[in-house]
Design a protein around this ligand. Structure first.
Ligand code: ATP
Ligand code: MG
Length: 654
């Protein structure tokens, strides 16, 4: 991002505003704007008092001596002196309160097999597997890699680690053998938990084989535990003598009772590598007590969780969204949730809506990339289904284009459900900017306002406050990362150096509007300076997808002799529509009208697909490399490498 202090062109043309329905407001935890403002003020004036009060709702073996200890900043400590356990707060606490028979997880496999698991059963499974791990010699502090499909054993393995104080490092089960190797070596994991396979679009992915290849040269791995998923699809799963064991064998002969380890506040809970949208993934460290309180409270308020809700987050547990908003935050709140193994378009494009209808899902949390896919597949898949159980919708992962937001609001939310557009990161542990569903009037494409205790600022490189610039976070918060594994210097350099340690630097650009709402403009690298006009590429993309023939688009900045930077647009057209100069002209006219002639792209390229991470985010850095004719940077986190080859060829053709 450029360093001048001029404020950014106000390129947004989005003025629609949607207050929450009065029905929703009436019974919401945070009811009405004034209630949000009052509690927010309190959380900023007296953060320690605010967080201590939240922590009181959970179980502690021993309470804290101090709420926040900033004496070694940026290595902050939260709830220092306390002892607690996340698995206890996710499971035992509900059983003690007499809610053990409540369903924790309605699990649905891709082929249609299903399991309902109560909190009591979950507790039992977690205790058994925790004992099995102990029997294999796993100790507190050991790093355990988990490479599993979205089956209950994934949540069980995560909670079993937390129960005995082992550090889990979940690797999304779509990653390659090389990605497994990098992560296993970086964190020196001693055990890998995997499955023979997992279903994806009707096919069986042979996960154990990928693990074998990935860890072939990793001497640190002493144990591989394999869950049998493929009964109907027997997989040729070679077990290595002395290293590999079947999960079902290990849990067959162990004790049901496994008391939760009393963990210190700053004991490492998990490692999770970022999605790699901007480069090589970073091993983010999260610790126990602060993350516990933050994941609990953000879940409760942002999803307005009530005891009779059926919640469904479509993310994989392999991403931070699944850690916080499938496992820890949601289960600490003791609600019932749906967990689904497979693809949204198997056996057909209506699968998600079938699941919502079947389980009467009331809260639905998904990603913009999924919403854009649903739009592309057409409304018929949705209108045939009964989605009347829904009361709240959410999105996460990327800026959501206003067009996609409106579709979500109308087609899925029936104009009745508030949408929480939640901005946060692997590093932040939980939601940072988000509407409060019963309080905040939402605007399409806007993450709106800070969560309690979060004090955002928008700054220049020099730390001057501006309307549009670089997003910064002023106060520490309990869910914050505590480091990059094995590299404290990189942790300081990446997140704390930009403004002399006074602010956390998330790496995203943002703009504040006349209501004080914050709009995320994309990564700082994606804010482009064209002849002195600073443009968030996300805003151009949102204009393009308003065109009826456009499914998706990505815009990047490239060096330009006269303008400093110019823009190149990659546009994906809806199946069967024309991609020609006429469409290019129409797109340029739209840019002229909604942003201005200065934002006209130098080139508009049509492409059948865009390069994405395995979590579905558009990788603009690769498009930048293509547009500059450079060698491509780190591509290991790319979901489908062939997309890039096609684009490169097309780009060269002109
Ligand atoms: P890496 O850090 O390795 O490049 P990543 O940033 O994609 O990968 P994540 O932690 O999964 O890894 O993603 C966080 C980023 O996703 C945020 O910094 C932001 O750019 C984007 N993001 C998440 N939610 C939103 C949202 N609601 N609106 C806009 N952007 C979002
Ligand atoms: Mg990031």
């Amino acid at each position: 991002m450029t360093t001048d202090n001029s404020s950014m062109e106000s390129v947004s043309h989005e003025h629609r505003k949607f207050p929450p329905a009065s029905e929703f407001v009436k019974s919401a935890h945070i009811s009405g704007e004034a209630a949000y403002k009052a509690l927010y003020e309190k959380s900023i004036q007296d953060p320690e008092g605010f967080w201590a009060e939240a922590a009181e709702e959970l179980h502690w073996f021993k309470k804290w001596d101090s709420v926040l200890d900033a004496s070694e900043a940026p290595f902050f400590k939260w709830f220092d002196g306390s002892r607690t356990n996340l698995s206890y707060n996710c499971l035992d606490r509900h059983i003690e309160a007499g809610r053990g028979d409540k369903i924790a997880i309605h699990w649905e496999g891709e082929p249609g097999d299903a399991r309902d698991i109560s909190y009591k059963q979950m507790h039992l499974e977690v205790c058994r597997f925790a004992n099995a791990m102990k029997a294999r010699g796993v100790k507190k502090g050991d790093r355990i890699a988990i490479y599993l499909p979205m089956i209950p054993e994934l949540a069980i393995a995560v909670l079993a680690c937390a129960r005995i104080g082992a550090v889990h490092s979940v690797i999304f089960a779509g990653f390659s053998a090389d990605s497994i190797r990098d992560r296993v070596l970086d964190s020196e994991t001693c055990m890998v938990i995997t499955a023979d396979g997992g279903y994806r679009r009707g096919k069986m992915l042979e996960l154990k084989q990928i693990v074998d290849e990935g860890i072939a040269s990793c001497e640190c791995v002493k144990d591989v535990v394999v869950v049998k998923r493929g009964d109907a699809h027997p997989v040729d799963c070679k077990m290595q003598e002395g290293r590999d064991s079947w999960y079902h064998d290990l849990v067959a002969n162990v004790d049901d009772d496994c008391p939760a380890e009393e963990m210190e506040a700053e004991d490492l809970l998990f490692l999770l590598y970022t999605s790699g949208t901007t480069g090589k993934p970073k091993g983010i460290m999260h610790t126990t007590a602060g993350y516990q309180v933050y994941s609990y409270l953000t879940s409760k308020y942002v999803f307005d969780l009530k005891q009779d809700d059926v919640y469904w987050c479509t993310a994989d547990v392999g991403w931070i969204t699944g850690h916080t908003y499938i496992v820890y935050g949601i289960m600490q709140n003791g609600v019932t949730q749906v967990m689904y193994e497979g693809a949204p378009n198997h056996p057909d494009e209506g699968r998600f809506w079938d699941i919502i209808e079947k389980y009467k899902v009331s809260i639905f949390y998904t990603a913009p990339t999924a919403i854009r896919a649903f739009m592309k597949w057409g409304d018929d898949w949705v209108t045939r289904k009964d989605l009347s159980s829904l009361r709240l919708l959410g999105t996460v992962g990327e800026p959501i284009n206003p067009e996609a937001w409106m579709w979500y609001h109308k087609m899925i939310g029936a104009e009745r459900c508030p949408i929480v557009d939640t901005w946060w990161q692997t590093e932040t542990g939980g939601h940072m900017l988000t509407p409060m569903p019963g309080a905040t009037a939402t605007k399409p494409g806007c993450a709106t306002l800070p969560f309690f205790g979060i004090e955002p600022a928008i700054l220049t490189d020099d730390g001057e406050a501006v309307e549009a610039g670089i997003l910064a976070i002023k106060k520490p918060w309990p869910g914050m990362l505590r480091g990059i594994y094995g590299d404290p210097q990189r942790f300081k350099d990446t997140y704390w150096c930009k403004w002399g340690g006074k602010y956390y630097f998330p790496g995203d650009g943002a703009r504040r509007d006349e209501d004080g709402y914050i709009w995320i403009l994309g990564r700082v690298d994606d804010v482009v300076n064209v002849s002195g006009h600073r443009i968030g590429t996300a805003e151009l993309e949102s204009v393009f997808v308003e065109h009826k023939d456009v499914a998706e688009s990505a815009v990047v900045g490239v060096p330009h002799e006269i303008k400093g930077q110019g823009l190149v647009a990659f546009v994906t057209v809806i199946d069967g529509r024309e991609q020609d100069d006429q469409l290019r002209k129409e797109l340029v006219t739209m840019i002229d009208k909604s942003i201005g002639k200065f934002a006209r792209p130098e080139r508009i390229l049509f492409s059948s697909d865009l390069p994405k991470t395995r979590s579905g985010k558009i990788m603009r850095r690769i498009l930048r490399d293509i547009a500059e004719g450079k060698e491509l940077g780190n591509v290991t986190t790319l979901a489908d490498p062939t997309v890039v080859q096609d684009l490169q060829q097309q780009y060269l053709k002109g």
